[in-house]
Design a protein around this ligand. Structure first.
Ligand SMILES: [Zn+2]
Length: 409
């Protein structure tokens, strides 16, 4: 994933498929960082390596493909139970309001999170981070958003922080207090938005519990005006923003762009003029086809249209209990290929370097280059195209997180 020359910023257009594959490659890491990358022949000639040979841990990756660890830039891991009512009702053809009436939907996840202890949540989140690593993910964004009270949102962020301290990978915590309007504020969404703006955001910022503020802006969630209000509060607290937008309905993006969102996610529906606007910005369009797959929607986000226009596209799992219960980046890549017509190479760049851009971590993550964090994923395949090809199976055989190698899976 060595950066193509003359193109700073996230990968776009034809640069999205430039992988910089090195055959018979070797990566030298020290102190949690990548020191050099090249052919094995050259690595073995390195005078420093020759001197240190005994003290070095060598991982034999022959017959494997080694990638930069995946950067999953959109996940909701702080929940307690799977949403099996939603699953079954949806199969039977129920609409979202019918599912909510039957006791499903986002609101059905709230009670368990509000009741759960912080340690129980953090234990669960840690297990999920470990499972992500087994699928090749070394950096994960993690959103709160299933508490929706000041106390339970901060508790969710604390649980993420506790889990992050015990996981050798990298975690980017995001406050998603504006996920939906909780039942007790039904019909008084403005009151809830005020709590998000005046209490949740400033407290999360002051206690350094979140690196981003996210809003679900769509039908049944928050309006564009409320989204702007929440973005302004985030800006005032010094937190950058990202948003769920365009999943269910088309929303004008222009009013959000003055807040320089790191990423706008979903974008199943996007206006032509907004495609042109995004193409000029470093704001990443993060596509989450796992949600389309699981919801059984016929249409997927139009990745080809975005890539052709020069928009920087990333792929993420949107791991959550209601609409995308997968933490597999290779699965998201497979859907990228088969349903959104991205090439295998494009899905790899979208799952690594552009994910890093979506989290403001492009200087540390997303490519195997000297100076970056030693985050690697090794797959038991002989060609990178096999990674999205073998869908529904995990071919990841080893993960290196910040220079630390867990046991092979
Ligand atoms: Zn989401």
């Amino acid at each position: 994933m060595r950066a193509p020359s003359l193109s700073p910023g996230p990968r776009r257009g034809s640069a999205l498929k430039e992988l910089g594959v090195i055959e018979n490659g070797a990566v030298l890491c020290a102190g949690g960082k990548i020191v050099s990358v090249g052919t094995t022949k050259d690595a073995l000639r390195d005078p420093w390596l020759k001197k240190q040979r005994k003290g070095i841990v060598e991982i034999d990756c022959s017959g494997k493909v080694v990638l930069p660890g995946f950067v999953d830039s959109h996940t909701h891991p702080v929940f307690v139970n799977p949403r099996l009512v939603d699953f079954e009702k949806r199969i039977e053809g129920a609409s979202y309001p019918e599912i909510a009436a039957a006791g499903g939907g986002i609101r059905s996840s709230l009670e368990a999170v509000r009741k759960a202890s912080k340690s129980c949540l953090s234990e669960k989140v840690l297990n999920e981070f470990c499972a992500m690593a087994r699928h090749g993910t070394t950096t994960a964004e993690a959103k709160s958003g299933y508490g929706l009270t000041v106390e339970s949102e901060l508790k969710s962020l604390e649980a993420i922080r506790e889990a992050a301290l015990r996981w050798p990978g990298t975690v980017v915590p995001t406050l998603l207090g504006a996920h939906v309007v909780p039942k007790e504020f039904q019909g008084r969404s403005q009151k809830y938005v005020e709590i998000v703006c005046v209490k949740m955001i400033p407290q999360a910022a002051r206690r350094k519990l979140a690196q981003f503020v996210d809003v679900f802006c769509d039908n049944g969630a928050f309006t564009p005006q409320e989204t702007e209000q929440i973005f302004a509060a985030a800006e005032a607290s010094g937190l950058p923003v990202r948003a769920h937008v365009g999943q269910l309905s088309e929303t004008a993006l222009e009013p959000f762009l003055r807040f320089h969102p790191a990423s706008l996610d979903h974008l199943d529906h996007i206006r032509e003029q907004d495609v042109a606007r995004l193409a000029k910005l470093d704001t990443v369009a993060t596509l989450v086809p796992g949600a389309n797959y699981f919801l059984g929607t016929r249409e997927y986000p139009d990745a080809r249209r975005l890539i052709a226009a020069g928009v920087a596209v990333a792929l993420a799992t949107d791991y959550n209990p209601g609409t995308s219960p997968t933490l597999s980046m290779p699965m998201a890549m497979s859907l990228g290929c088969t349903q959104m017509k991205m090439s295998p190479a494009e899905t790899i760049a979208a799952a690594t370097i552009n994910g890093a851009w979506a989290l403001g971590l492009s200087h540390r993550k997303g490519s195997i280059e000297p100076g970056k964090d030693a985050d690697l994923a090794g797959f038991g395949v002989s060609d990178y195209r096999e990674i999205p090809y073998w869908f529904g199976a995990n071919r990841c055989e080893l993960t290196v997180l910040g220079g630390i190698t867990p046991q092979p899976h």
